[in-house]
Design a protein around this ligand. Sequence first.
Ligand SMILES: O=C(O)CCC(=O)C(=O)O
Length: 265
Amino acid sequence: MKIKIFQFKVVDGDVKTNMNKVSSLFAKTDLNETDVVVLPEMWTSGYDLKNIDDHAAKNLEPVKTFISKLAAEHNVTVAAGSIPNKYSDDDVYNTAFTIDHQGHLIHEYSKIHLVPMLNEPEFLAGGNKAAEVFEINGEKCGVVICYDLRFPEIFRDLSLSGAKIIFVAAEWPIERTEHWMTLLKARAIENQCYIVASNTIGSQSDGTVFAGKSMIVNPFGEIMAEAGKDTEEILTADLNLAYIDQVRTDIPIFKSRRKELYKFL
Ligand SMILES: O=C(O)CCC(=O)C(=O)O
């Protein structure tokens, strides 16, 4: 499965500029051989939380239609990161979604762990549905969002449900880059699956600087592709999904599990 992560700067509070940016990245990239394009967290608005109500999509629109057109036009699945989004109530959620290569919505998930360090609980509501697996080109995948990376339980749930690729959409701050890199590798090693992690670069008006370092890690924990900390980049990797079986045969952690002895799972 051929993946491209778009690592770029999100301009906080400027939805139009950010949508134009994504359009231009699709226009300038050769996607002929690509199965999935991956976007980061909150890429329409950034963390302009004070005005998040104004930036929020309604049932993912108009962003869903915008991404659907790009996906169909380029014949590529888009793991479209996350955006601020409202459903029927007034709450704003941090919602990730994926559109297949024909332009159809195939998955959505609202971030369940809100991040206190960025004041998310003050402005956003946490999703109440567990992350679920879904299929891209017949292969089981999952999506989690940024702070979720600190919760191994959600990754275990997804991998026990068959996920071979877990996408992590993030706007992860630079001062915790070491956590970002270590946890991405750990989640790949402990679940023996591919981790495809997209992050943003640059700073926003409150001074938060993002870490870049979008990354693709294989089921053995090796980094297949890694972006710079402050460069706009298109990161590419070709995932060999059969390699997962080999790693799980060589180090059979799923067979060795003693789930009857784990108190909290
Ligand atoms: O957990 C962290 O250190 C960063 C989390 C974060 O930035 C987010 O969830 O948006």
